[in-house]
Write a protein that binds this ligand. Structure first.
Ligand SMILES: [Zn+2]
Length: 130
């Protein structure tokens, strides 16, 4: 099954991802999972006939649907730390809410912010600056 990916999203989705029950946020990638014709009688008939129809589809995180991870930041991006609790990078450097940090590297370890490695923190703690 192939998935059409879309993103990075320009705004938050109104509903949580049905696969992980977490928000699908601005800046993330998603795909649509087709559920079927729903209660539309004409669409049901077209489905029975093996013809194309307008399907009810739900947005799901691309990662949750396919395992595919697309880095949401690129080198040179500025990201704002939007988590409500100040945090530490490598146990030394505090990140302050509202603070803006420069992405200086991306590797399979994670994203490097201004020389400090951000590894496993949730991407939703950051927001890309325009
Ligand atoms: Zn998900």
């Amino acid at each position: 099954m192939t998935h059409n990916r879309f993103g990075p999203l320009e705004e938050d989705m109104p509903k949580n991802c049905p696969a992980c029950d977490k928000p699908i946020k601005k800046g993330q990638y998603a795909t649509l999972i087709s559920l079927g014709p729903g209660d539309d009688k004409e669409a049901q008939q077209r489905c029975r006939d093996g013809r194309s129809y307008n399907a009810i589809a739900l947005p799901v995180h691309l990662e949750c649907a396919t395992g595919e991870v697309i880095p949401i930041f690129e080198v040179g991006d500025s990201v704002r730390f939007i988590h409500k609790v100040n945090a530490m990078i490598d146990g030394m450097v505090p990140l302050n809410e509202g603070g803006i940090y420069l992405v200086t590297g991306i590797s399979d370890r994670g994203v490097t912010l201004k020389g400090w490695v951000y590894q496993t923190w949730p991407a939703e703690w950051f927001e890309k600056e325009e």
